[in-house]
Ligand binder design. Structure first.
Ligand code: NAD
Length: 489
């Protein structure tokens, strides 16, 4: 039995070659509980040598791991699934503690985390197979074999400390590759706990390694000769850097980046059904989801009603510490994030948007030091305003009024980002038009957060995505290479 949630996890260790290693670094960061403004762990910014050791151990593990029959490799994943189920509530509580999201949201993250392990198991006997065609020429047969490639770097953001790493880890390992994972330095504690599960299931040493840190670690992952490819999920600014450097060093890359997502509400929408979904799309996870809604586009005469109902429902959200079961919205992740979001609110006011709901002075009596912000709603926003264009990544909504669906679609397609867009309507015509004409990777129809299940790829376009293959099930393509064999006997 592993330990439960602790108030302080001390100095986190690196997990290299199946051993817990005390980092020799002189640079340490701090991981916080954002509801309390308390330090809960110290995070080593691994030295170059330590990252190299992790990569080397993953390389040596690869030589053996690729030889383990796939029927045995999946046994480890069954064990991994069972242990993640067993510790799901504990890990969810650690996610809430370190990230701030509500316990219900963290439990949802854990379901998605486990779903990726299940999917990796489910696909391996079908999608990982090669192809064969007899007699492509006289006495000649031709086939493809999918082979694992070696060591991959997994670089993840703060907002889904378990789910995002698991968009990649289970697929890489079930296919015979090995990984070096670098969690976000802001929310490293949940992955630190999960390393204990890798121990419990006796995963062979070096198959999964975890190093902590930030840019320096990423730079080593990008440039090290043994690394075959990297997966990155995070902001567009860093994502571009990753994609450029992956190209420079000849690595494969999946880069899923920032977002500015739209929800369009048509006059024929069923608002009673739509409102709870819309409120959760804007303010779930305190707006810190890459699929979070940011701009609410009211079409035609639905404007007054949607505005009134949206504000009313948002006012009801209970703000507090996510571990309290009846809380609807937790704090944002860091003091700096709160400062950044507040400056966007100032900018909105400056640029002439009308503040309908102001979350800046929200008080949470039991947690006076937490980084709380209430739901904030701007009206009379135009697409040119900063708050309508840039990713705020916090609980701030902008209402934009347009004449018709064409104007709404045109606005979405002019956005730099293309992660997600949703429409609420009862018209099949509008729904179909929206699905076909909107240039975004994840489309919701009467769904506020169009989050793809693990057995579908996770979409993204324009500045929200760089590369060819997406996360989750597309990983089969990413983590293997097709070798072609032509033979004559
Ligand atoms: P971030 O870009 O700041 O950090 C992501 C990772 O990159 C972290 O591991 C971090 O340590 C590392 N990093 C930071 N600066 C770096 C640098 N200069 N060079 C190299 N590596 C660096 O992102 P974040 O704040 O942790 O996460 C929020 C962002 O992630 C938002 O933009 C959100 O939209 C995006 N996101 C996208 C998706 C998606 O699927 N498209 C999913 C989740 C989050």
């Amino acid at each position: 039995m592993l330990e439960e949630v602790q108030s302080n996890y001390g100095r986190l260790k690196l997990y290299i070659n199946g051993e817990y290693v005390n980092s020799k670094t002189e640079t340490w960061g701090k991981a916080y509980n954002p509801a309390k403004d308390e330090v809960i762990a110290e995070v080593p910014f691994s030295t170059k040598d330590e990252v190299r050791q992790a990569i080397q151990s993953a390389q040596e593990a690869f030589e053996k791991w690729r030889e383990v029959p796939v029927t045995q490799r999946i046994q480890y994943l069954f064990e991994l699934k069972n242990k993640l189920e067993e510790y799901s509530e504990t890990i969810a509580r650690i996610v809430t503690q370190n990230h701030g999201k509500t316990i219900q949201e963290a439990r949802g993250d854990m379901r998605r985390t486990i779903e990726n392990v299940e999917t990796a198991i489910a696909i391996v006997y079908t999608l990982a197979k090669g192809e064969h065609l007899d007699q492509v020429s006289q006495d000649v047969d031709e086939s493809t074999v999918r082979e694992p490639l070696g060591v991959f770097g997994i670089i993840t953001p703060f907002n889904f400390p378990t789910m995002v790493p698991f968009w990649f880890i289970p697929y890489a390992i079930v296919l015979g590759d090995t990984v070096v994972v670098k969690p976000s330095e802001i929310t490293p504690v949940p992955m630190d706990f999960i390393t204990k599960i890798f121990e419990e299931i006796k995963l062979p040493k070096g198959v999964i390694n975890v190093v902590h840190g930030a840019k320096d670690v990423v730079d080593e992952l990008l440039s090290n000769k043994l690394i075959q490819g990297v997966t990155f999920v995070g902001s567009t600014r860093v994502g571009k850097y990753i994609y450029e450097n992956a190209g420079k060093y000849g690595k494969k890359a999946i880069v899923q980046a920032g977002a500015k997502n739209f929800i369009v509400v048509m006059p024929d929408a069923d608002l009673n059904k739509a409102i709870p979904s819309i409120v959760s799309a804007f303010f779930g996870n305190a707006g810190q989801r890459c699929l979070a809604a940011a701009n609410l586009v009211a079409v035609g005469n639905v404007y007054d009603e949607i505005k009134r109902k949206f504000v009313e429902a948002s006012k009801q959200l209970r703000i507090g510490y996510g571990l309290d079961e009846n809380v609807d919205m937790g704090p944002v992740v860091t003091k700096d994030a709160k400062k950044r979001i507040m400056s966007y609110i100032d900018k909105g006011i400056e640029e002439g948007a009308k503040l309908l709901l102001d979350g800046r002075n929200v008080k949470v009596p039991d947690y006076p030091n937490g980084y709380f912000l209430g739901p904030t709603i701007f009206d009379e926003v135009t697409p040119e305003m900063t708050i309508a264009r840039e990713e705020i990544f916090g609980p701030v909504a902008s209402i934009i009024h347009v004449r018709d669906i064409d104007e709404a679609i045109d606005m979405i397609n002019r956005s730099e980002y293309g992660n997600a867009a949703s429409i609420f309507t009862t018209s099949g015509y509008y729904a179909r038009k929206f699905r076909r004409e909107v240039n975004a990777g994840n489309i919701g129809i009467n769904i506020g957060i169009a989050a793809p299940m693990a057995f579908f790829p996770f979409g993204g376009r324009k500045e929200s995505f760089f590369g060819v293959l997406h996360g989750q099930i597309d990983s089969v393509e990413f983590f293997t290479d097709k070798k072609v064999v032509i033979s004559r006997w």
